[in-house]
Design a protein around this ligand. Structure first.
Ligand code: SAJ
Length: 415
């Protein structure tokens, strides 16, 4: 059978490659002609371990092709972005566009699966867009039952481990009808070795959001403790380690804030679905978003009295050992430090990204990317923003005599 995967990004392309590897006929669809060209040549347009071999193999065996338009298929998987907007709601234009394109091709008995992280109700909305354009497939025209099957199957893979986690993770599949859930489970069971849990579409949508909100709330607790502890003159790392000896306490690690395109975003989809009752989830987001401001204040205190301070900022990614700077609190800290203190020079000592700065930082004249050791040597204050393993090579004597702001507890000495 033929599967069309609409959206060949971080989730769509790996899923397409894995399905094709199982011998299914997979057609990837993307609006970006470079992505389409790359895939058809067996190349990948972004970096993810092991993805390249899977794509090259699937393409050379003829199981995977890419094109710009939605083809006829037996099943459609929608994996397009659902970015969040300034008002903190999800932008569903890409989902709706995909739905319109699918509506033009879909036939009775087909299956449509939404994978994109979405606010509750989005699978229903996608179905409504398709059925409005195709009244011949609607329940009214078909004895009370839609003639096509709709389901939501959220992705939960960790960037950097996508090719492994796609196969090994459990999946939640929610259908608009039980038949749709069962049909989607049939497709995913071709490659998923984890358990597949069936539910309804809205519960599946919420489950994905709730997983990330749970983590956000727990990180907010740690971040709030770090601010309180600093005001009270207490070492938060030591504090958390001690508290975690309790059998039912497991506090996460504070940091410079929460980044990435998932945990810093998804909780807002819950808040916008029921603003009045999402008080804890909203506050957690605000606590985590406020953390960069606390780090900036600490840095400025450390260089107080120095006319033209030099600050070494170590790391820009949103977490350790990756090169992704999306929603990264480290980038925000460097950007605001530089903008609000034009007399200061910020030397970014980086581990992963080569010499180029991300778009948010590139235009700032007082931000310079440099070799980590040189940044430290020139600095009055060193602020560690990401706990990349490569920063372990920094020797204590390099930091001697400098103010050190360690946002990750990277250099703490355990009590
Ligand atoms: N962080 C802390 N302290 C901690 C743990 C994390 O400050 O104790 C920070 C990190 O530095 C980073 C942010 O939180 O800035 C998020 O990192 P993460 O490793 O918790 O998660 P992500 O964003 O890489 O991936 C998450 C995962 N979700 C959960 O663990 C519940 C992943 O399984 C999801 O697939 C992914 O979001 C997604 O795509 O939704």
């Amino acid at each position: 059978s033929t599967v069309a995967v609409v959206g060949l990004g971080y989730i769509g392309l790996p899923t397409a490659a894995i399905l094709a590897g199982k011998g299914l006929h997979v057609i990837g669809v993307d609006v970006n002609p470079y992505t389409v060209e790359a895939v058809n040549e067996g190349r990948v347009p972004f970096i993810e371990p092991d993805l390249g071999v899977h794509v090259a193999g699937a393409v050379s065996q003829g199981h995977l092709t890419a094109q710009g338009s939605v083809p006829e298929a037996d099943a459609y998987i929608v994996a397009v972005p659902t970015p969040f907007q300034d008002d903190k709601t999800a932008d569903l234009v890409y989902v709706e566009q995909a739905a319109r394109n699918i509506a033009a091709r879909i036939r009775p008995g087909n299956l449509v699966i939404l994978e994109s992280t979405s606010p509750p109700g989005t699978t229903r909305r996608m179905a409504d867009v398709i059925l409005a354009l195709r009244p011949d497939l609607s329940a009214e025209a078909n004895g009370g039952k839609d003639a096509v099957l709709f389901a939501h199957c959220p992705e939960r893979v960790l960037p950097g481990k996508i090719m492994i986690e796609l196969v090994t993770n459990d999946r939640i599949i929610g259908g608009l009808t039980p038949e749709a859930a069962t049909a989607a489970a049939g497709l995913y069971s071709t490659f998923c070795q984890g358990r597949i849990h069936l539910t309804d579409a809205a519960t599946a949508e919420m489950a994905k959001l709730v997983e990330n909100a749970y983590r956000d709330v727990n990180i907010a607790f740690a971040n709030e403790l770090s601010v309180i502890s600093s005001n009270l003159g207490i070492d938060v790392w030591n504090l958390i380690e001690l508290a975690n000896h309790h059998p039912r306490v497991n506090i996460l690690q504070p940091g410079p804030g929460v980044g990435g395109h998932c945990i810093a975003v998804d909780p807002w989809f819950i808040v916008s679905a029921d603003p009045e009752n999402s008080r804890l989830i909203r506050t957690a987001r605000e606590v985590n978003d406020a953390k960069p401001g606390h780090v900036i204040a600490e840095v400025l205190t450390a260089v107080e009295g120095i006319e033209t301070p030099v600050i070494a900022a170590l790391g820009l990614a949103f977490k350790a050992n990756i090169d992704d700077t999306r929603e990264s609190p480290a980038v925000e800290i460097v950007r605001r430090l530089a903008l609000e203190n034009p007399q200061a020079q910020i030397l970014v000592g980086r581990s992963f990204l080569g010499a180029t700065l991300p778009d948010e930082l590139a235009p700032l004249p007082n931000v310079v990317s440099t070799v980590t050791d040189e940044a430290i040597a020139a600095a009055d204050a060193v602020v560690l923003l990401v706990d990349h393993d490569t920063f372990r090579e920094i020797r204590p004597e390099q930091l001697a005599g400098k103010a050190v702001i360690d946002t990750r507890g990277f250099w703490r000495t355990t009590a």
